[in-house]
Write a protein that binds this ligand. Structure first.
Ligand SMILES: Nc1nc2c(c(=O)[nH]1)N[C@H]1C(S)=C(S)[C@@H](COP(=O)(O)OP(=O)(O)OC[C@H]3O[C@@H](n4cnc5c(=O)[nH]c(N)nc54)[C@H](O)[C@@H]3O)O[C@H]1N2
Ligand SMILES: Nc1nc2c(c(=O)[nH]1)N[C@H]1C(S)=C(S)[C@@H](COP(=O)(O)OP(=O)(O)OC[C@H]3O[C@@H](n4cnc5c(=O)[nH]c(N)nc54)[C@H](O)[C@@H]3O)O[C@H]1N2
Ligand code: SF4
Ligand SMILES: [Mo]
Length: 765
């Protein structure tokens, strides 16, 4: 492509305001409004018959797994429906009747589409046939599957080294697809497998592996029934894991208490009207949070240290607060940790956290007497410079209380995408795993690379620097999900070839390499038929349980292929029969593929049989209190530093969060019902005093600027909204604010972008 034919691609939509309406934030979650929103959405996208038919199959044992979040299903799902409002929206988005084909792409160039909002792009519908964007062209054209696979194979063969290709994965893929993909990438010769975890729970994985020996949580769903205290930190379950509210409701019914730690008092954590129960729908619903601690953004380490210091004080008086037996038997570093705590004054910690001391004391009194404690968290803890230490500080608290390896207690990192945990378990990772490589050698007879590959941030940098030239994505919307949108877009545009294996149109189909391919694939809810027999695949939920999922709807198009078929065909085209793995038979016969997976992956014995019905739990050393793989064979206390933010007078800390009407970069609608924002996404939540200081009135138009290492990044035209948020803190939605997040600002050790603590300035327009 010559410079003169460079495509004119926008990295964000450029639309006028959509007509904002404001209401008071909601006082409860779900209820009739939740059901109304769910049905409105599914009926509109899928029609009534299809909606009803499929909603009753979602999360049922013989049905398909919800394509929304990774919250687990109960062993005996309710026959009346085991889904939430946002699960219904996730289904509607996938099973929509809106389809697009070659005519759509002939009519709309990528240049035109790139100027649309993410909302409009997503609403265009499901992709139905393979398409190619040739060098210098601005319209996608149809291409046969065979030619598409050969084109990929050719570009891969032309690279000087396998490390010049990047293979991204988003967390919707099945275990089978992800395993086969990881196998192909290793056979090809690289570990360049960034995945959405890198932007998500990577900090949890690192912190939990280093302290407890497994990068996953330890609790099971039934632990919520027995927990005495559940702490929900940096998580908004009412929107992002709605059926978690049922688990919290049950915990409360059994006498448990809930402590919420969040800069925003999220509606879903205040009250819940359970739509699955008649009693839940009538009356005021159930009060969930007992103690709400309004922490300042990124001051969780200060707050938890303060809680631990206060617990220690009571322990010194009565000796009953810390579980000394547990600490002695199972942990290392306790004395050191106490010395470390001594270095901080209560006053300093209290001031930093910004929390009311009386409320902290209430939380401390509660925690002092209990030891069945679960800590749940999500992006409010992971997406900071000290994301890993945020989680280690939570582990410290659980270790002090002996709240691990017993019913009703433990760690609960609440995962995002419905199979993000499974993808990791079956081999999607950018680092080399010696045991996995050895197992691959034994079962498949080839040597997988031992050298570490690129994670998300480093993959972007490699493409930007033209060290990587081919980008293949198994799902996701890389350009909008990653940080530093303009930089990331340039990185992708530097590639020779970008390939998106996708269900729906998104911005990453417009921000492309010189050549681009769209390979359309089956969604979760759709029938996957081979030789007239429906096939099923497996997923792993947030609590480490692997189970089957079988689609039931007629596919969006007869031209779609399943993800394993696409991956297998790429491998086949690349190796041309010249490899130890029989790619064709593995990608067609999932039973045979699972036989192999059972041989390679630990904990997957008899996967075919055991994944039927409600499935099986993978081994978890924390549940067994087995810390033998850690230094001194003990769980580790950690001495975590306080986060440092030396802000100037005019600077704020911004957290980029989800509205109630989106799934990551997929925008379901324009309402954030629980926060009282209707019909607009370009808003910034601010404390009223901060607005006053800047001379801002409600709905004034503002721009936001970040400045890191002398480089300014800007987003334009947002509306200022006075809101109950700590002074000095701001909140706005992702992905609209991703251009502000510098590529080089990410968490220590996990490299997760600092999406929840971006330093910005505000300018009135
Ligand atoms: N409907 C729906 N469901 C989803 C998703 C979706 O987009 N839509 N996304 C899925 C994915 S991939 C993920 S990872 C999860 C995300 O689930 P969440 O982590 O719940 O999502 P966020 O909107 O990023 O919300 C983070 C929460 O942390 C709080 N927070 C931010 N900074 C801090 C902090 O410094 N300290 C504390 N204590 N709190 C803080 C915010 O106020 C907010 O309540 O949800 C999954 N489920
Ligand atoms: N500023 C900021 N940035 C963030 C975050 C944040 O909180 N703030 N959160 C981060 C987090 S937690 C995450 S997980 C990432 C998400 O990053 P991604 O996973 O890359 O993004 P998604 O928006 O979930 O991807 C949606 C696209 O996936 C495709 N898709 C959907 N279902 C399927 C399927 O079954 N198969 C295939 N092949 N494709 C499918 C569709 O084409 C859809 O458009 O974003 C991260 N980015
Ligand atoms: S809680 Fe998550 S998995 Fe369950 S129905 Fe809702 S969106 Fe789907
Ligand atoms: Mo995520």
């Amino acid at each position: 492509m010559s410079a003169s034919t460079k495509r004119n691609i926008a990295t964000q939509g450029s639309e006028d305001f959509t007509g904002i309406k404001l209401r008071e934030p909601a006082a409860y979650a779900a209820g009739f409004n939740g059901i109304k929103a769910a049905l409105q959405h599914t009926f509109k996208e899928m029609g009534v018959t299809k909606s009803v038919k499929s909603l009753f199959q979602m999360n049922q044992k013989e049905g398909f797994d919800c394509p929304g979040c990774a919250w687990p299903d109960p062993d005996e799902p309710s026959k009346l429906g085991e889904y939430c409002e946002n699960g219904a929206k996730a289904l509607a988005e996938e099973a929509t009747n809106a389809h697009l084909d070659a005519h759509f792409f002939a009519e709309h160039s990528v240049e035109e589409i790139s100027h649309w909002s993410d909302y409009k792009i997503g609403k265009s519908g499901r992709l139905t046939q393979p398409m190619v964007l040739r060098p210098g062209k601005i319209n996608y054209e149809p291409i046969s599957w065979e030619n598409a696979f050969n084109l990929i194979a050719q570009e891969l063969h032309e690279l000087n080294h396998p490390n010049e290709a990047i293979f991204y994965t988003s967390g919707r893929s099945s275990n089978e697809a992800a395993f086969l993909y990881g196998l192909f990438v290793r056979a090809f010769g690289t570990n360049n497998m960034p995945d959405c975890s890198n932007m998500c729970h990577e900090s949890s994985g690192v912190a939990l592996s280093e302290t407890l020996g497994i990068g996953k949580g330890s609790v099971k769903l039934e632990d919520f029934d027995q927990a005495e205290v559940v702490m929900v930190i940096g998580q908004n379950p009412g929107t992002n894991h709605p059926r978690m509210l049922s688990a919290l409701e049950k915990c409360k019914a059994n006498g448990g208490k809930i402590i919420s730690i969040n800069p925003l008092e999220e509606a879903g954590l205040i009250r819940f009207k359970n739509p699955q129960e008649v009693s839940g729908m009538l009356g005021a619903g159930v009060k969930l949070t007992d103690i709400y601690l309004q922490v300042k953004i990124n001051q969780d380490v200060s707050l938890i240290k303060l809680i631990c210091k206060k617990l220690q004080k009571i322990h010194l008086e009565n000796g009953t607060v810390f579980d000394e037996e547990f600490i002695k038997k199972y942990t290392a570093g306790f004395e050191d940790y106490l010395l470390h705590l001594d270095k901080f004054s209560e006053k300093e910690l209290l001031d930093l956290s910004g929390v009311d001391e009386q409320l902290v004391n209430q939380a401390v009194q509660l925690l002092a007497k209990k030891n069945k404690i679960i800590i749940c968290w999500a992006m409010g803890l992971t997406q900071h410079k000290n994301g890993v230490e945020n989680i280690k500080e939570c582990v410290n608290l659980l270790l002090l209380k002996g709240s691990l390896g017993k019913p009703g207690a433990g760690t609960c990192p609440v995962r995002g995408h419905s199979n993000v945990q499974g993808d990791r378990t079956v081999g999607i990772m950018h680092f080399a795993s010696e045991p996995l490589n050895q197992a691959i050698k034994n079962v498949f007879g080839f040597d997988a690379p031992a050298e570490e590959g690129f994670d998300t941030v480093h993959a972007i940098k490699a493409m930007y620097q033209k060290k990587a030239k081919v980008f293949i994505a198994l799902g996701g919307n890389f350009v909008s999900a990653a940080s530093d949108t303009v930089y990331t877009a340039q990185a992708l545009q530097n590639c020779n070839l970008t390939v998106q294996i996708s269900t729906k149109l998104n911005r990453s189909h417009t921000v492309t390499g010189k050549t681009a391919l769209i390979l359309p694939t089956l969604g979760r809810s759709e029938l996957d038929i081979k030789d007239r027999k429906p096939r099923h695949f497996t997923v792993e939920n947030s609590m480490g349980k692997v189970h089957q999922s079988k689609g039931m709807l007629t596919p969006a198009s007869q031209h779609l292929k399943s993800e394993p078929e696409i991956v297998g065909a790429i491998a086949n085209a690349y190796f041309k029969g010249n490899h130890t793995v029989s790619w064709t038979s593995l990608c067609e016969n999932y039973e045979a593929l699972r036989e192999k997976m059972a041989k390679v992956l630990s904990g997957f014995d008899q996967m075919n049989q055991r994944s039927k019905g409600s499935g099986f739990y993978l081994p978890n050393n924390v549940r067994d209190l087995d810390f033998s793989k850690l230094p001194n064979q003990k769980a580790q206390f950690s001495n975590c530093a306080l986060p440092k933010h030396n802000l100037n007078e005019d600077e704020f800390l911004l957290m980029t969060i989800r509205s109630h009407d989106q799934f990551n970069t997929t925008i379901y609608g324009l309402h954030d019902r629980y926060r009282g924002i209707y019909n607009e996404r370009r808003v910034v939540f601010m404390h009223k005093n901060d607005m006053q200081k800047l001379g801002l009135k409600k709905l004034d138009v503002i721009n936001l600027t970040s400045n890191y290492a002398g480089k300014e990044r800007k987003v334009f035209n947002f509306l200022a909204i006075p809101y109950n948020i700590p002074k000095g803190n701001l909140a706005a939605y992702f992905p609209e604010t991703n251009p502000l997040i510098p590529i080089d600002e990410f968490a220590d050790k996990s490299n997760t972008p600092i999406s929840k603590s971006v330093v910005v300035r505000v300018q009135k327009v």
